[in-house]
Write a protein that binds this ligand. Structure first.
Ligand SMILES: Nc1ncnc2c1ncn2[C@@H]1O[C@H](COP(=O)(O)OP(=O)(O)O)[C@@H](O)[C@H]1O
Ligand SMILES: [Mg+2]
Length: 288
C-alpha cells in the first residue's frame, strides 16, 4: 500500500484545507461496564465516540468518577469495552496498545535504580543494548532539565523532578500516542505550571497524539488543542467538545490573563458545572 493510500484508509474525519489528518485514536460507540458485587454490573461509560488526530493534544475533563481513567485504559488496551470498537492508527486494537506511552498520577520509578537506570530501562525492555540505552537516557535527562541527576536515586528528588524522570522514561520509547492521567495532580501549583511548560516544549518539538486527563479546567485550556467534557456517571458520555484556538507557543503562566482564555473558560464551565454538582451529590449519597 502506498503512503497516500494508507492515509486515505484512515477515513473521512478531518480533512482540513485539503490535508488529510491521520487519526491516532478512534473510539466508536464505546461502552464500558464493570462487574460489581452481587453479580450486578456498573455501566461507567456509554456509547462514546472520540477521535484524536496523530498530532493533536486532547484534554479530557470531567467530574471525579465520571470515567476519564476508564477511557484512557481502553485506549491503552488495558480494558476491553463491553461494546463498540477501538482503532489505533487505523487498526482495531487487540490487547495492549504498543503505540502508547502511559504516564500516571503516581510515578512508577524503581527506588533501587538510579535516575539514569530508571530512564534507560524503558529502552532496555524493548531490546536496545544497555550502553546505547544509557546514552539515550542521558540525552533525555538533559532534555527534561535533569542532566546532572543521573546518578541520584528517586528518593533524593523532589516531586517535580520525579515527574521529569517519569516523562523521560515514557518519551525515550518514542510512543506515537501519550496517555496522561492527571500526571501533575500531586504537584504544587507552581511546579504544575513548570511541568506543563516542559511538556508543551517537548510536544512542540515532536508532536504526538496526546490524551491528557485532568479535572483542572485551567490546565486543560493552557495545554490542549481540544477539550472534551464528560458527564457525571453512571453511563457517562461526552457532552462537550471545544477547540482551544489560543495560539502557540503559549506562556502557560500568563495565559490565564488572556481574554480568549477567560471566554473559553466561561463556556466550558457552563457545560461542566452541572456535572460537577451531580457528581458531588452522588458522592454525598454514597457517603451517607
Ligand atoms: N474495576 C472497577 N470496578 C468497578 N467499578 C469501577 C472500576 N473501575 C472504575 N469503576 C467505576 O467507574 C467509574 C469511573 O471511574 P474512573 O474512570 O476511575 O473515573 P475518573 O477517572 O473520571 O475519576 C467510577 O464510578 C468508578 O467507581
Ligand atoms: Mg481517574
Amino acid at each position: 500500500m502506498t503512503g497516500s493510500e494508507e492515509l486515505k484508509n484512515f477515513g473521512s474525519q478531518a480533512e482540513t484545507a485539503g490535508t488529510a489528518v491521520r487519526r491516532a485514536v478512534r473510539l466508536d460507540k464505546v461502552s464500558i461496564s464493570f462487574g460489581i458485587a452481587g453479580g450486578k454490573r456498573f455501566d461507567a461509560v456509554a456509547d462514546t465516540d472520540l477521535d484524536v488526530a496523530d498530532d493533536e493534544f486532547l484534554a479530557i475533563v470531567g467530574p471525579t468518577g465520571c470515567g476519564k481513567s476508564t477511557l484512557l485504559n481502553v485506549a491503552a488496551g488495558l480494558l476491553e469495552p463491553a461494546s463498540g470498537t477501538v482503532e489505533i492508527f487505523g487498526r482495531p486494537l487487540k490487547g495492549l496498545n504498543r503505540e502508547a506511552g502511559y504516564l500516571f498520577q503516581q510515578d512508577s520509578l524503581m527506588p533501587w535504580k538510579t535516575v539514569l537506570e530508571n530512564v534507560a530501562i524503558g529502552l532496555e525492555v524493548s531490546g536496545v543494548r544497555a550502553d546505547e540505552a544509557r546514552v539515550s537516557a542521558q540525552q533525555w535527562l538533559d532534555r527534561v532539565g535533569l542532566g546532572g541527576f543521573g546518578d541520584r536515586y528517586p528518593r533524593m528528588l523532589s516531586g517535580g523532578q520525579r515527574k521529569r524522570v517519569g516523562l523521560a522514561q515514557v518519551l525515550i520509547r518514542n510512543p506515537k500516542l501519550l496517555l496522561m492521567d492527571e500526571p501533575f495532580g500531586p504537584l504544587d501549583a507552581q511546579t504544575r505550571l513548570i511541568m506543563g511548560d516542559l511538556l508543551l516544549k517537548l510536544w512542540s518539538e515532536d508532536k504526538k497524539a496526546v490524551m491528557f486527563v485532568t479535572h483542572d479546567l485551567d490546565e486543560a485550556i493552557a495545554l490542549a488543542d481540544r477539550i472534551v467534557i464528560m458527564s457525571a456517571g453512571p453511563r457517562s458520555e461526552i457532552i462537550g467538545d471545544f477547540r482551544v484556538s489560543i495560539p502557540r507557543p503559549r506562556d502557560i503562566a500568563e495565559i490565564r490573563h488572556d481574554p480568549a482564555f477567560t471566554e473559553l473558560h466561561r463556556s466550558i464551565w457552563h457545560a461542566l458545572r452541572q456535572e460537577v454538582m451531580t457528581a458531588y451529590q452522588q458522592t454525598n449519597v454514597v457517603a451517607q
